[in-house]
Design a protein. Structure first.
Ligand SMILES: Nc1ncnc2c1ncn2[C@@H]1O[C@H](COP(=O)(O)OP(=O)(O)O)[C@@H](O)[C@H]1O
Ligand SMILES: Nc1ncnc2c1ncn2[C@@H]1O[C@H](COP(=O)(O)OP(=O)(O)O)[C@@H](O)[C@H]1O
Ligand SMILES: Nc1ncnc2c1ncn2[C@@H]1O[C@H](COP(=O)(O)OP(=O)(O)O)[C@@H](O)[C@H]1O
Lengths: 115, 412, 412, 412, 115, 115
């Protein structure tokens, strides 16, 4: 099994989640993170004082998948997360890490059965 | 103005002032967390711009003698620069002037709801000035300017020729704002991101609290002083508030299965909107019922409007338009002759003339306000687009337009 | 009613109205983030239901002539449907009626604290109606209905026969609510999830702000008008508020090692509870001390109660019960004859009769309120369980009962 | 005191009371989320400690007959323990006493801003008491104690000998607090963590709302009753509030490129600060301009101060000092003789004596307040350090000093 | 070393954390996430408008453990996280990923010594 | 490629982020977590009731790096995250997990090119 982690724009979470569901990936976990990268930060003003806000809010999606589904899942995510016509800076990244074991708390089922 | 009357109106003024931040919080709390501050800016700047307009020509246009005796618009220069407010002629001039600024300001502040999350801030400031002059001022004149037989001063046509009964501005303020909010929403078009959940209901609650409390000053001060009428409308306003809460959650309970806090608060406001034009014309039980039916009507209208996919984001038309109409019509049928206004509703033997008089007033108000607001917004938009760019809208107006965010560490 | 009195009572009415959202925010802010809206709904719906009950029969039961001259309960039908409120007989009828609705409403709203996070909302609405009729109405009659020798009207026994001194409802409102809250908490049982940290103390602060400000209207209006008594109780209320803040944080500092903001706010309220029955009977220094000792007593009672594991989640018994008793007893010993009430405390040569008169009143109030509330809740629970299911409680009542959440993106 | 006057002052008292939580929320919302509760505790405890000091000797020091007729300080024992407040001598004693407690309390509460996030709480409580006695009391006496020719009572030198015009405490309250806040900030030194973004702007909005509403009571009650003057200053205060909002966002728009909500709210307050000393001396258009220029000046001063790296975290000097000076000077030049104060500004033919009289008063106030506050804080710091440890500061004072956190689940 | 990640119901965090401590795992990190899976979402109503809230709040526990402790830790977590009598839908999942290196910031200690 | 995860004190996030940038690591993701470990919890008081708050707020930094940059990145983080003179309890931990694939959403670039 693999864990796919995708850092994407908040505005795309719903689409990605829906597309994944359509593609048969019903379970996933989402959390909010602050990201820095090529995408420029911005400046906020409080009583005339400038605050550089380097970080941009992104959403982090985590998805446990079976070995064979990795390509499919990545394709779905990348397609759904891309914004603008050919993608925009800050659209995010997707990465894959190996998982050695998965257990479902409710039943104690293991690995593929537990996803 | 008697000292006791002054004492009450001074207090009421402060209460009504609370309605501005109250409305800002109600609306801000109901939006998502990226457009809160923009909404607050729109609501509060309404007051600032209105004050300037009022000092220049607005007050005269509303309360000045009708130009040409036509009952259409007051003399803009009658109170120009408020120079007449500096001497005590016993009429309470400066206090009432201050009060009327709030009336006008709150009307246009309500209209801001139609622009939630998608209007340029500079455009909004211009819109406020134009709207107060072209929409509020005539409507205010029609309803608030009483003719005076003794002095021969001639006031607005609705009040004096048509003989409209409207206690505290159900037409010129609430119905007007409801129709105008809808028009502005239509010109601007729907929000790109679609509807979102309210981001902070406790904030909305603070807003409702300030708004409802201010309303007691609003209705109470319309009685003109610390008199029996003020006492009476305080009671009926309280009862309509109570009825409104119950009305809205009853509908919710049966339609959606749950009573909600947002519903309760919405009902409180709708109940107060309902009683505003008729607070002096119904009995206590009638006031409970006005609140109940006005809030129920608003609850129904909200759902109906949704189905038509009009993005009046904060339901100003349903709550200030429909609830206001409902309250007015309720009184047409059920006005209690024993109440201070002394009007008999049709059901209690009153004449049918009440119905067409109210009917005309409501219709004219709605049509005029809607059409004129639409025209203003449409024209402004032709000159320079008044809607923010798609990107600004996606980022959220707090950040893109005002370069600040409502909460630290939560940038949504 | 003189215009100047009307002016003050109109303003005071609006201030007291703020106490409802204030209480809702105080209680809501102290709970966890999953039961905020439910608490707000309970508090605000208290007002709505009370208004209906009051218009029907409640006002008569409290202020009507004693049925059979017994001083037990007023004539329910004396003000039925408030038809007597529509004419100006000079007594300020509608304004006082509106005011008394708030008194009753705030009492039952306080009781909501005993049900925090575990009562069905429908059951609460029924409970409010029954409680106002069976608990508040008699107690209110006993304390608020003055006999009138001239007209021969006979009022409540506590006030007129026992000769209780209670300035603004320390017994009928605060002690009553404290005992009732405790009873309701006992019938419902403890919360499953145990006690949690307050989820939003700034929200609690807004609540305290509105509550304390409203209290100035509450105490000040009880003086009946814009008179010296109103001036005096405003001063003593302010001093008790100050003393209460200092009292609570002093205890905290020595017991826990830290002064807290929650403590300061709690102390402010406890100080006001303490002064409410005796605001006209103590001197200025006495008022500071009433605040200080009442808040200290409340701080001590909270800890004591915790040890007994009673889940009176929001400490209504400690704050409204114990602090109120402390204030009353303080006056029994230290009342200042120079104050408007003209009573000498025992320490200053007053008779011991004060002690047993207050003692009986406090005891009877507490026992009646506790027993009757327990009986009502117990009976209701036998008919249909009034507590939500374990699952609903775990999910949190905002979501499970009202299908909404307080903050977007924070679902806890 | 006439009943109608009492009615208004009672209401105004409650409004002014709102300024305390209002200020607490404004300041708390602008800090980071780890020092909110500490700020609230500082602001609210100001009122508590001031009340105690006032009952003991403070009221006499401010309003008592000048000791030795020198106009320097009032007789501390003239109202000791407020025993003279218990009888109705027709002067409204207890109400005004309560009111003056709020005046003193709000002054020192403003000073808390200079200590944001780095002062020991115990040290603050001591500081409040000493500051009210040594700084506020003399300044208050100079400005608020009027001489009375008939009774031969001699009041403060600024008001009576210098002939200062200061409507509602621009010097003794705002300029004083501004200078003192700066001095305290200098003694404490800058915050270690540097400046942070406001953590909760909606909370700041609630604060601004309560503060501005309270201000209407503050200025309106200074008129002494429900009279024409109160009506007039209500109007000018509203207009200055409007002008202030516009002034601040105009500067922001051109300097930073964006109008902000924090700026709008700050401008509202700066506008009110500007009008406070001159609300009775300028015309309506003048009031709009006072607000506009006072807020602009504050906006400029904030940036200037930042460049000098003084950590007056919440800009009390810019907003209460500079805006106040600007308002006063505006009136020196543009006072309108037709306004109730009847003063002609220099531009309208008034004498230049106005300039040096105001100038001396402003300078003396600023120098005295700054120097004395610096001396108090410096001396206290020598005896026991008044600043918290670096570690406590890093953790945040809410947690390290008060062992509580503002929001559950958000510990920052 | 391994990283054990457990997505569980919020109500069980305290229990799991206590049981882990008893079992000798004194360090761990917790964060809030939004999860989707077999467990049904819910509907919220705002002024009569239904909002489908698909995601459920879960807590994510992360725990670095020594190779040999993996089984023990998983057993403790699964036992403590299960709700109801035989587990309920939405009780969550536990998974294991390989960790190549651990450093303690304070001391620079490495791997097992750093956990 | 590797994923470096660092749990550090909130007060150090800015420094760590700046130092990483200087060292050429321009992209990263940050989120807030609650941690438990050797560092003692604290007690809060609400109306006299003591609440033991075991968890301390920490920030979690995640950084995808090329195989060869792992050492450099860890050194930068450890140096910048350490507080006090020789580090204090609670300064946190850094760990490394293997990553099998990285995709940039915008361009579809893979692995090293996508970081
Ligand atoms: N090396 C990295 N390690 C971890 N997260 C990264 C890294 N680089 C970028 N990110 C995350 O991806 C988001 C988008 O990256 P960015 O460089 O702005 O644009 P793009 O994805 O188009 O290259 C960042 O906001 C950050 O959250
Ligand atoms: N494939 C997955 N990848 C990552 N997280 C998942 C996955 N499936 C489920 N989860 C997480 O586990 C939680 C519980 O899963 P769910 O399917 O609802 O119940 P159960 O754990 O009983 O099978 C979800 O809310 C989600 O956070
Ligand atoms: N075994 C572990 N697994 C995951 N995170 C841990 C572990 N031990 C500690 N942590 C995280 O590291 C933080 C610091 O650890 P702590 O033991 O307090 O101090 P130190 O890092 O100095 O050893 C903790 O608050 C927690 O977030």
């Amino acid at each position: 099994m693999k864990l796919i982690t995708a850092v994407i724009k908040p505005i795309r979470v719903e689409t990605v989640s829906k597309e994944l569901e359509k593609a048969g990936f019903s379970g996933l976990s989402v959390s909010e993170i602050q990201g820095r990268g090529a995408q420029a930060g911005r400046t906020e003003y409080y009583r005339g004082q400038a605050f550089a806000v380097e970080f941009r809010t992104k959403m982090c999606i985590e998805l446990l998948v079976d070995e064979n589904d990795v390509d499919k899942a990545i394709d779905v995510i990348v397609a759904a997360a891309r914004t603008g016509d050919d993608g925009e800076i800050g659209d995010g990244k997707v990465w894959v890490t190996p998982v050695e074991r998965v257990v479902r708390v409710r039943t104690g089922e293991l690995d593929e059965a537990a996803i | 103005m008697e000292p006791a009357d002054t004492a009450w109106i001074l207090a009421a003024f402060a209460l009504v002032l609370l309605m501005f931040p109250g409305l800002a919080m109600l609306y801000g709390g109901m939006l998502n967390g990226r457009n809160v501050l923009n909404m607050v800016l729109m609501v509060l700047s309404s007051l600032a711009v209105t004050a300037v307009v009022y000092v220049a020509v607005g007050h005269g246009m509303v309360l000045g003698e009708s130009v040409g005796g036509a009952g259409i618009i007051g003399n803009p220069f009658e109170f120009s620069f408020f120079s007449t407010m500096m001497e005590d002629d016993g009429s309470g001039g400066p206090l009432w002037a201050a009060f009327y600024i709030l009336f006008a300001g709150i009307s246009v502040a309500l209209v801001a709801s139609g622009a939630a999350g998608r209007m340029k801030f500079g455009a909004w400031l211009v819109f406020v000035a134009v709207w107060v002059l072209l929409v509020y001022a005539p409507l205010g004149h029609w309803v608030f300017a009483f003719s005076d037989e003794e002095t021969g001063v001639i006031g607005g046509w609705m009040r004096n020729r048509l003989g409209l009964h409207d206690f505290a501005g159900g037409t010129a303020i609430h119905l007007n704002a409801g129709a105008a909010g809808l028009a502005l929403a239509l010109v601007l078009g729907r929000r790109r991101a679609g509807v979102s959940r309210p981001h902070n209901l406790p904030l909305m609650l603070v807003g409702v609290a300030l708004l409802c409390t201010g309303w007691m000053g609003f209705n109470g001060a319309t009685a003109g002083g610390a008199n029996f009428l003020a006492q009476y409308v305080t009671l009926t306003s309280l009862l309509a508030l109570a009825g409104g809460m119950l009305g809205f959650i009853t509908i919710e309970r049966f339609r959606d299965g749950h009573a909600t806090m947002l519903g309760l608060g919405t009902g409180a406001i709708a109940g107060l909107v309902g009683i505003t034009p008729v607070a002096d014309a119904v009995g206590p039980v009638g006031a409970l019922m006005v609140g109940f039916v006005a809030a129920s009507a608003a609850a129904w209208a909200i759902t109906w409007k949704r189905r038509h996919r009009i993005d009046d984001a904060l339901d100003v038309f349903a709550i200030h338009g429909i609830a206001g109409i409902t309250g007015s019509l309720f009184a047409v049928f059920f006005a209690n002759a024993a109440a201070p206004a002394g009007i008999s509703g049709i059901v209690f033997g009153g004449g049918f003339d009440l119905l067409w008089r109210e009917g005309i007033a409501l219709l004219v108000t709605m049509v005029y306000s809607f059409a004129m607001t639409y025209a203003i917004a449409w024209t402004m938009n032709k000159i320079v687009p008044i809607r923010v760019s798609a990107e600004d809208e996606e980022i959220g107006l707090d950040r893109s337009v005002h370069a600040e965010t409502a909460y630290e560490g939560r940038t949504f």
